[in-house]
Design a protein around this ligand. Structure first.
Ligand code: GAP
Length: 509
């Protein structure tokens, strides 16, 4: 179920209030589209990274991980095509002086037509009830068909215009569709221009010696330029993969929706090197594998969908996004791309170094083809956070906000809570804390009534609260409270470690 813009605002406020995400440089009024992760946010983010890394590198014998530098030789970006082709078409409204991505304006227009179709379908569903045949309705209803035809025509023309770099036609399309600026309401547009998204800086202390270098816009190139190093030193046999997690930077024109589109963000990418001709089968394999990974986190299937790219990037022969239903609608979370031999081939050409693989099975040398999986860590964070955020009314009529996070990803796994700040209970609780803290993240809290402490832990998604009470002093038992059901059971102190470890294990998912 889509949660909507109001809930999204509450999620953003909650993320700040509970130390997950802060605006960067907030005391200086912030820096647009740049965010800092707080004490709970950085823990959640590290746990997501760890889960992805283990799923890729530890659970696959033929995938290894690297950590390449952010700065790279400037020719890397010439070879990769980013200097010439990593552009967004932008357009300004002359009245509001606001800048937009031309493609986003057109896509939003198509989304509105799609919305009209969905409203027709909803209306018909209400009218016909269970006997409603949605497929037939979509294929025969004249209003649905007319809108679908409009969407298809716009898409065909828009893709052709972008493919041919025909920016005049992109502008003509915006005018013909009578798209107005959302701020000024006017249709007074500038020409469409291409805008390169890479940040650059100078390396070297003297300006005459300095060379222009870029902040990487994707981590993938660090993998490509190390392909041969890793293949040879790791004695890797095709098919094999190289994984990496790291920062990427893009000077996004339209940066919005909190951490969904940032100017500094993190990617988790894996390049899988395969025999030429086998890339489509691996492309399908990784599409399937990645959707299963998302579902292993307990997020319902219907919140994900595939979207095939209309316009392929300069390096791809097939590409699909895994979209997630964020509170503001279905949007790209991860990309799976068949990148052919474009990157290795280009680096071979520009560097003059052979980047080939000798295949002992076929006795041939070739430049491997690549299938890539690329997910934004911050977007994954947002997907998990927005799905986990729940407002509940309890049986006694009171309210609670709970983050229903997968336990294995929760920032704090167990809160250690002495019922009272006296009678030797804090000492006993400290004893347990000292025993558990080496195995998983714990937090000790003795301030406020126990109910308020439970609520604070619910709000950051702590799956287990361990309470030490007077009975503990007599028989060494404690209560363990489960976050989602709020059920409590009494177990022996010596069993707490085993019980929590079992329940937060990756094996349980
Ligand atoms: N190496 C391929 C590549 O970079 P991409 O589709 O441009 O492909 C991959 O980016 C993923 O990186 C996206 O699916 C998204 O999750 C994330 N991403 C891209 N731009 C982003 C931004 N400005 N802010 C946050 N995440 C972003």
């Amino acid at each position: 179920m889509q949660k909507g813009e109001d809930t999204f605002k509450k999620i953003i406020a909650h993320a700040k209030e509970y130390g997950f995400i802060f605006q960067s440089s907030e005391i200086y009024d912030g820096l647009s589209a740049v965010y800092d992760y707080g004490q709970n946010g950085s823990a959640l983010k590290n746990n997501i990274k760890d889960y992805w890394w283990k799923s890729m590198v530890q659970y696959h014998e033929n995938i290894v991980g690297i950590d390449a530098a952010i700065f790279m030789h400037p020719t890397v970006w010439k070879a990769s095509g980013h200097v010439d082709a990593f552009n967004d078409p932008l357009i300004d409204n002359k009245d509001s002086k606001k800048r937009y991505r031309a493609d986003v304006l057109i896509e939003d227009h198509m989304a509105k037509l799609d919305e009209k179709i969905n409203k027709e379908v909803e209306k018909a569903f209400k009218r016909f009830g269970d006997s409603f045949d949605e497929k037939m309705f979509r294929e025969t209803n004249p209003r649905v068909l007319a809108n679908q035809e409009k969407i298809d025509a716009i898409r065909t023309r828009f893709v052709a215009a972008l493919d041919n770099d025909d920016l005049k036609d992109v502008k003509a399309l915006i005018e013909e569709l009578e798209i107005a600026c959302p701020v000024s309401g006017s249709k007074n547009w500038t020409e469409v221009r291409q805008f390169n998204l890479m940040f650059n800086t100078q390396m070297g202390s003297l300006s005459e010696d300095a060379s222009l270098i870029y902040l990487r816009p994707e981590t993938a190139q660090g993998i490509f330029v190390n392909y041969l190093n890793v293949q040879k030193t790791g004695r890797m046999k095709i098919p094999f993969g190289i994984a990496q997690i790291g920062k990427a930077f893009r000077n996004e024109i339209v940066a919005r929706q909190f951490i969904f589109r940032m100017r500094e963000f993190e990617q988790m990418e894996m390049q899988f090197f395969v025999r030429p001709g086998e890339e489509m089968q691996w492309y399908e394999y990784w599409k399937e594998d990645r959707i299963k990974w998302h579902q292993s986190l307990g997020i319902p299937k219907e919140l994900f969908r595939f979207h095939d790219h209309d316009k392929l990037a300069h390096y791809a022969n097939a590409a699909a996004d895994i979209e997630f239903q964020f509170p503001f609608g279905f949007k790209e979370l991860e990309g799976i791309h068949s990148r052919t031999d474009f990157d290795l081939g280009a680096h071979q050409k520009f560097s003059g170094k052979k980047l080939q693989y000798f295949d002992p099975e076929t006795n041939e040398s070739y430049v491997p083809f690549v299938v890539e999986t690329s997910i934004g860590l911050d977007r994954m964070f947002l997907a998990i956070l927005s799905h986990a955020y729940k407002e509940e009314t309890l049986d006694d009529g009171s309210q609670r906000v709970v983050l229903n996070l997968p336990s294995m990803l929760a920032p704090v796994k167990a809160a250690i809570l002495p019922l009272m700040k006296k009678d030797g209970l804090p000492e006993k609780a400290r004893e347990l804390m000292d025993n558990l803290k080496y195995d998983f993240m714990c937090r000790y809290e003795e301030k406020d009534a126990i109910g308020r402490r439970y609520r604070r832990q619910d709000a950051i998604g702590t799956p287990y609260c361990i309470t030490i009470d007077h009975q503990t002093l007599e028989d060494n038992t404690v209560t363990i409270r489960e976050r989602d059901t709020m059920q409590q059971e009494r177990i022996h102190m010596d069993d707490v470690k085993r019980v929590v470890l079992e329940r937060i294990s990756y094996r349980k998912g």
